[in-house]
Design a protein around this ligand. Structure first.
Ligand code: ADP
Ligand code: G6P
Length: 477
C-alpha cells in the first residue's frame, strides 16, 4: 500500500544510472578519493546534469556501504551501495557477461546464470527504492541503460505518480538474439513500466517493438506498445530513437585554447614528427574492434605501405571491467599483438604502436585528437560512439580524417566519414590508406560537414528532445 512506500522526496528530476559520474578509489595508503568514471554515459549525462537541480542515483564503483549523499561539481549525488557478491552477480555477471554481449550481436557468447539474474533483480529493486525516495510528487525519473531494465516497472509500483523515462545507451538486439535470454519476459515487462523508452537508432526501437509483438504478443502501433493494465485498461508506452551526442560547444572551446593546441604540437614532436599519426581511443572492450584495427595496421606495416618513423599508431585503451574473463583475454591478445608489432617493425626509440592502458583528462584527449591525422573508430557494434563525435568536434582546423565503422550509431549521422566494415581486413586497410591519401580539400569538406552536424545536434538538444517527449508521452498519470 501507499503507506509502505518510501517517503517522497523533493527532486523534480532524478537520474538513475548504474554508475555515479565519479568513482570512489582507495589508494594503498588508505586515502579515499573520487575520480571521473569511464564511459560515454557519464560523459553525456555529466554535461546534461551540470547546473540542473536534479539528483543522480548511482553506484560508487567499489564494494561496501554507500557514502552519504554529496555534491560533486554542482551535481547532487546519491550513492547506492553494492556488496562484493552483488558486484559479481549484478554488474560483472548479468550486466556485463549476459546482457552486454547479447545486446552487441553476441560478439562473444553470453552466459546465462540464474544466480546472476537474482542479483540483478535485487540490485534493480534497490535503485528503484532510492529513486522513489528522492522524487518529488509528479517528478520526472530518467533511468539509464541495460544495467537497470527492471527499474521502470519497480518504480511505477512504488510511485505511480512519477513520469518514467528510460534510455538505452547501447544497441537493442534483433528478436532472434534477444529471444535467447531466459528472462526475456521479465526484462520487457520491467521496461514497459516506463512512459517513454529511448534508443540510439530507429532500428533499435523497431527491434524492441518487434520483441513486444513476437515474444509477448502485445499490440504495437506507430511506435507505441499497448500494455494491458488492471481490468480492461491499457497503458500506452512509446519507443523512439534519440541519438545521443556530446557537449560540442565546450569541447570545441577547449580544443581552441592555446594550451591544448600547443600540447597537440608537443605530442607530434614527442612522437618524432611523423608524417602520419593514426589514433585509436576506446575502453578496452571487445566490441570496439581493436584487434581488427591492429591486424589491419600490422599488415600495412608488413606490406611496407606504412613504416615508423614516418607513420605511428597511438592506441589509448581505457582499463575496463578488468575482472570479466572476456576482457582479461582481450587485454592479453592486444598486448601480445602490440608487442609483436613493435618487435617486428619498431626501431630504437621509434615503436610502431604506442599503447597506453590509461585514462586521461579532457584537455589531453582534445590534444591527442588534434594531433591525429587519422582517427580509427572501428567497433564491431556500438550504440553510438562518442569518441567519433569528439574527434570531429576538436578539428576546428578542418584537419584530420575519420575512419568509422558502419556498425556504430554514429555512422548514421557522420556519413561523410571514411566508412568501413571492420570485419573486412582488406577493406579496412584500403579505407585507412584512402583516409591518409585523400585530397586535402576533400578531407576538409568532409570534416567541416561532420563538425557542423555534431554542433547542431549536441547533447543538450538530445536531452531536451528526450525530456520533451517524456513530458508529452501518452497516458499522463
Ligand atoms: P563507451 O561509452 O562504450 O566507452 P563512447 O565512445 O561512447 O564509448 O564514450 C567513451 C567516452 O570515454 C568518451 O567521452 C571518451 O572521450 C572517453 N574516453 C575514452 N578513453 C578515455 C581515456 N583513456 N581517458 C579519458 N577518457 C576516455
Ligand atoms: C558504456 C555503457 C555505460 C557504462 C560504460 C562504462 O558506455 O553504456 O552504461 O557505464 O560503458 O562501463 P562500466 O562497466 O565501467 O560502467
Amino acid at each position: 500500500t501507499r503507506d509502505q512506500s518510501p517517503a517522497e522526496g523533493t527532486y523534480e528530476l532524478v537520474v538513475v544510472a548504474n554508475r555515479l559520474p565519479v568513482d570512489r578509489v582507495t589508494d594503498d595508503d588508505g586515502t579515499v578519493r573520487w575520480q571521473q568514471s569511464p564511459g560515454g554515459l557519464v560523459t553525456a549525462m555529466q554535461s546534461v546534469m551540470t547546473g540542473q537541480d536534479g539528483a543522480w542515483v548511482g553506484w560508487s564503483g567499489d564494494p561496501g556501504e554507500a557514502p552519504e549523499p554529496f555534491d560533486s561539481g554542482d551535481m547532487h549525488l546519491h550513492a547506492v551501495g553494492l556488496t562484493e557478491q552483488e558486484i559479481e552477480d549484478h554488474y560483472e555477471g548479468f550486466s556485463n557477461e549476459t546482457l552486454w554481449p547479447l545486446y552487441h550481436d553476441v560478439i562473444v557468447p553470453p552466459r546465462f546464470r540464474r544466480r546472476w539474474f537474482d542479483g540483478y533483480r535485487t540490485v534493480n529493486r534497490r535503485f528503484a527504492e532510492v529513486a522513489a525516495s528522492l522524487a518529488a510528487p509528479g517528478a520526472t525519473v530518467w533511468v539509464h541503460d541495460y544495467q537497470l531494465q527492471l527499474v521502470p516497472a519497480m518504480l511505477r509500483e512504488l510511485r505511480p505518480d512519477v513520469r518514467i523515462g528510460w534510455f538505452n545507451h547501447i544497441p537493442f538486439p534483433g528478436v532472434e538474439i534477444f529471444a535467447q535470454l531466459p528472462w526475456r519476459k521479465h526484462v520487457v515487462q520491467g521496461l514497459l513500466g516506463a512512459d517513454l523508452l529511448g534508443f540510439q537508432r530507429r532500428a533499435d526501437a523497431d527491434n524492441f517493438l518487434r520483441v513486444c509483438r513476437r515474444l509477448l504478443g502485445l499490440h504495437t502501433r506507430g511506435g507505441t506498445v499497448e500494455v494491458p493494465g488492471p481490468g480492461d485498461s491499457t497503458r500506452v508506452v512509446r519507443a523512439s530513437s534519440f541519438p545521443i551526442s556530446i557537449d560540442a560547444a565546450s569541447l570545441s572551446d577547449l580544443a581552441r585554447t592555446p594550451e591544448v593546441m600547443e600540447r597537440a604540437r608537443q605530442i607530434r614532436r614527442d612522437l618524432g614528427d611523423p608524417e602520419h599519426v593514426l589514433l585509436g581511443v576506446d575502453r578496452l572492450d571487445y566490441t570496439k574492434g581493436i584487434r581488427h584495427r591492429l591486424k589491419a595496421y600490422e599488415e600495412l606495416l608488413s606490406d611496407g605501405v606504412l613504416a615508423p618513423p614516418q607513420a605511428v599508431l597511438v592506441q589509448v585503451a581505457t582499463p575496463s571491467r578488468e575482472r570479466v574473463s572476456a576482457y582479461i583475454q582481450l587485454r592479453e591478445q592486444v598486448e601480445v599483438t602490440v608487442g609483436r608489432a613493435n618487435g617486428d617493425f619498431g626501431h630504437l626509440g621509434m615503436p610502431a604502436i604506442h599503447y597506453l592502458h590509461q585514462s586521461y583528462g579532457r584537455a589531453e584527449m582534445a590534444a591527442m585528437f588534434l594531433a591525429a591525422d587519422v582517427m580509427l573508430v572501428t567497433p564491431l557494434r556500438d550504440g553510438m560512439n562518442l569518441v567519433a563525435k569528439e574527434y570531429v568536434t576538436c578539428r576546428h582546423d578542418d584537419g584530420g580524417a575519420l575512419v568509422l565503422s558502419e556498425f556504430t550509431g554514429a555512422a548514421g549521422e557522420l556519413d561523410r566519414a571514411f566508412i568501413c566494415n571492420p570485419h573486412d581486413i582488406d577493406g579496412l586497410k584500403y579505407t585507412i590508406r584512402h583516409a591518409l591519401d585523400a585530397d586535402p580539400a576533400e578531407k576538409r569538406r568532409r570534416m567541416r560537414a561532420m563538425r557542423r552536424r555534431v554542433a547542431e545536434y549536441d547533447v543538450s538538444r538530445w536531452a531536451g528532445d528526450f525530456l520533451a517527449a517524456l513530458d508529452a508521452a501518452p497516458d499522463r498519470p
